[in-house]
Write a protein that binds this ligand. Structure first.
Ligand code: HEC
Length: 177
């Protein structure tokens, strides 16, 4: 019995020692990710993990397309330029995907769609064998890439948070149709 009380007493002392005193405890250090988020002042583009991964995969493919176009320009290979540009050109599929990606970030979808439509002009210039036109349109396309990067940062959130943000976002009405 005495031993039990002793044990109980010791446990209480131990718990007391481990309970932080909220009034005097120093602020918990922010994680490195939180620190980065605080100093990166771009607008968050909230996405759940799978969509965030997908978006970055698309992005890396965008850069690949630019590389392919420049490579093909060296030899005036307009068929390759057209094919590469068409890969990321505007389509009903891209419209749907960009609408979904921007569902929780007002303004993102519009920028994304303007981008894909601009890429179509690269393809059109290539179809005409217009070397300077390809370069001009590629330059204008890259301006949209860099403007978008200057504006948005990915913010990975859980599914429930994304659903909540997306349901109050600007594209929610379109999604319900
Ligand atoms: C509508 C907006 C938008 C457009 C247009 C856009 N991007 Fe991005 N891109 C993003 C966002 C958002 C990220 C993530 C940035 C971050 O979180 O720091 C990103 C990231 C990237 C990354 C990094 C991928 C990784 O794996 O980390 C590359 C490369 C990239 N973009 C290339 C391009 C290229 C090339 C173009 C144009 C040909 C382009 N992007 C157009 C929004 C855009």
């Amino acid at each position: 019995m005495t031993r039990m009380f002793l044990l109980l007493g010791l446990t209480l002392v131990w718990m007391g020692a481990c309970t932080p005193e909220t009034s005097t405890a120093p602020e918990l250090p922010a994680s490195a990710a939180e620190k980065l988020d605080r100093i990166d002042l771009r607008t968050p583009l909230p996405l759940p993990p799978m969509m965030a991964k997908r978006q970055k995969e698309n992005m890396r493919d965008h850069l690949l397309v630019v590389k392919e176009i420049i490579g093909a320009l060296v030899s005036d290979d307009f068929a390759t330029i057209e094919r590469a540009a068409q890969r990321i050109g505007f389509s009903e599929g891209t419209r749907q995907m960009c609408t979904r990606m921007g569902a929780a970030a007002p303004g993102f979808t519009e920028q994304a769609l303007a981008f894909h439509q601009r890429v179509d002009r690269v393809a059109a210039a290539a179809r005409e064998g217009d070397r300077v036109g390809v370069l001009e349109q590629l330059g204008a396309t890259l301006e949209i890439c860099t403007a978008c990067h200057a504006t948005w940062k990915q913010q990975v959130v859980d599914e429930a948070t994304w659903e909540r943000l997306a349901s109050t976002g600007p594209s929610s009405q379109e999604k319900q149709h």
